[in-house]
Write a protein that binds this ligand. Structure first.
Ligand code: HEM
Length: 124
């Protein structure tokens, strides 16, 4: 419901719904379904990630750049737009307007810095 603010339970619910949608997406689904063998573990990791980002809980210990670099042959800038569309839809549906706006702004900034790390190259 629209009452959901940003707390651990709300983030877990959001992450569960978001990746359920990602897995069904024609473009994003195959990449995730090929890469992720243990979905409960991935959902727990991503809930810890968002908890660290939004609640500064420090629960996430990981390195997103190398994790995505492994899949750079399949991940494109267009797919980032699709990812953000699904994130924006899901946050708008599940969270309060203020929480959704904060989650969308954070995701956009992280997506931008991930894309710089993955795709930006200087010509020699
Ligand atoms: C992990 C795909 C965007 C956060 C992963 C993995 C895949 C993936 C396949 C699993 C990596 C592995 O262990 O093999 C994608 C695709 C994206 C995208 C296709 C967009 C086109 C994002 C964005 C964020 C994000 C925008 C954050 C806002 C994470 C995190 C992990 C992860 C935190 C876990 C990294 C770790 O193992 O510690 N992603 N991702 N991803 N992704 Fe993404």
């Amino acid at each position: 419901g629209q009452e959901s603010g940003i707390d651990e339970a709300g983030l877990q619910r959001l992450v569960d719904r978001f990746y359920a949608r990602v897995r069904e997406d024609a473009e994003l689904g195959p990449i995730f379904n090929d890469a992720i063998a243990n979905w409960p573990e991935h959902l727990e990791k991503l809930t810890a990630f968002w908890s660290s980002v939004m609640l500064t809980s420090g629960r996430y210990k990981g390195q997103p750049v190398p994790a995505h670099m492994k899949h750079v042959g399949r991940i494109t800038p267009e797919l980032f737009d699709r990812w953000l569309d699904l994130w924006n839809e899901t946050t708008t549906e599940l969270m309060s307007p203020e929480a959704a706006a904060a989650l969308q702004a954070k995701a956009a900034r992280i997506a931008e810095s991930l894309q710089l790390a993955l795709f930006f190259k200087l010509d020699p």
